[in-house]
Ligand binder design. Structure first.
Ligand code: NAD
Length: 377
């Protein structure tokens, strides 16, 4: 993509984005971009990222890519939700946001009338989200009555369901007991995942650049501590990347010694063709956006009146989604990442039928799906 606006609309056309909104509020210094990739299946949902970008061009590219990824994630998860994302250009990661800036962001989201529904993302704090939510009802994941709160435990639960499914694919039965699992990155999701996997009887080894997070799990559940540098190369049944994106790349893939990769990190493949490289090594890759959908499934439940047990039941369906991905991959002779993307895009085209959600529309479209109403603005 070039740096002029024509190139932006060309990129949007190629990738199917509906709308990009540039937002400024000179008195508070707000500079933000909201991208709505698709509302074909319902209102777009995605986090607000506060980030220091090398240039505005990088920020546009990031929000366009991230919003498209959210559409694929929501579609694969079977949600009546589209994909969106917002970035706030934020140069000093340590500086607190002014209330005026956050309120201006809330008003910008409100003006979209529900076409974009916000959630917390990298760089955002619960306090930021509370202030934004004071200006608009179109915010999810807020603590308190009706809110679904921290999505990490649900994301970790979904990863466990995916791990069981990949073990079933490999061994014919979904049991984690006795298996060796390496969790790389034990922050919010990784620490919950480690506990769940250990409870299921697996032998867990953990690594993190923050040694305190590793120590807690070593003390609490007897996890093995691994050095960060060697964690990806550890011999194991399942490697669970739960830190950064891009960990599966030309350098790391030849050195992996796992049978399957199944973790929460977003954008694990540095390049789409890395999916083929994993398949060529006989390693089963479980597509990240299918595996880590527990968080967005949890958020989407807020629109029908949040119920934790229902959110868990829906998250457990990640197992069935992954089975369908493996079946499609076999039928089409493609690696699982590509099969999952095909499946997600197909649903947007077939079920979404080119529609665009507008304020006042029901949350879900009527073709076979139950009609749901969003909470009033
Ligand atoms: P987090 O920041 O709480 O945890 C990340 C952990 O990784 C931290 O403990 C950090 O110290 C560690 N880390 C950073 N660099 C590392 C490295 N090079 N090697 C090993 N460890 C390293 O984040 P999180 O909420 O647990 O999310 C983890 C990943 O899962 C992210 O990629 C996120 O986008 C993705 N994800 C999270 C959710 C959710 O519900 N939180 C949902 C979907 C996807």
């Amino acid at each position: 993509m070039g740096s002029d606006t024509t190139a932006i609309t060309e990129f949007m056309t190629a990738k199917g984005h509906e709308q990009v909104v540039f937002v400024t509020d000179p008195p508070s210094g707000l500079r933000a971009i909201i991208a709505v990739h698709s509302t074909a299946l319902g209102p777009s949902l995605g986090g607000i990222r506060f980030w220091r970008y090398p240039s505005e061009h990088d920020a546009v590219l990031d929000v366009l890519r991230l919003s498209e990824a959210m559409s694929l994630k929501a579609s694969a998860a079977g949600l009546h939700q589209g994909g969106g994302k917002a970035v706030v250009l934020w140069d000093d990661p340590d500086a607190a946001r002014s209330e005026a800036l956050l309120r201006a962001m809330g008003r910008a989201i409100d003006e979209l009338g529900g076409r974009y529904i916000a959630a917390e993302d990298v760089g955002a704090t619960p306090r930021d989200m509370q202030v934004i939510a004071s200006e608009t009802p179109w915010v999810t994941g807020i603590e308190g009555p009706g809110g679904s709160g921290d999505p990490s435990p649900m994301t970790a639960y979904g990863v466990v369901k995916a791990m069981e499914t990949v073990l079933e694919e490999l061994d014919g039965h979904p049991t984690l007991a006795g298996k060796r699992v390496v969790v790389d990155g034990v922050g919010h999701v990784g620490s919950h995942l480690t506990r769940l996997v250990a409870d299921a009887g697996a032998r867990v080894a953990v690594a993190d650049v923050n040694p305190e997070r590793v120590d807690v799990l070593v003390r609490e559940i007897g996890a093995d501590a691994l050095p960060v540098e060697g964690a990806l190369e550890e011999v194991c049944d399942v490697l669970a990347p739960c830190a950064l994106g891009g960990v599966l790349n030309k350098e790391t893939i030849p050195r992996l010694q796992c049978r399957a990769v199944c973790g929460a990190a977003n954008n694990q493949l540095a390049d789409p063709t890395d999916d083929d490289a994993l398949a060529a090594r006989g390693i089963v890759y479980t597509p990240d956006f299918v595996v880590n959908a527990g968080g967005i499934i949890n958020l989407a439940e807020e629109f029908v009146g949040y119920d934790r047990e229902r959110a868990r039941a829906r998250t457990a369906q990640i197992a069935g989604t992954l089975r369908r991905v493996f079946t499609l991959a076999r039928e089409e002779g493609v690696p699982p990442g590509r099969a999952a993307e095909q499946m997600a895009r197909r649903r947007i085209v077939e079920e979404g039928a080119g529609r665009r959600w507008k304020p006042g529309d029901p949350a879900a479209w009527t073709n076979g799906a139950p009609l749901r109403t969003l909470r009033p603005a």
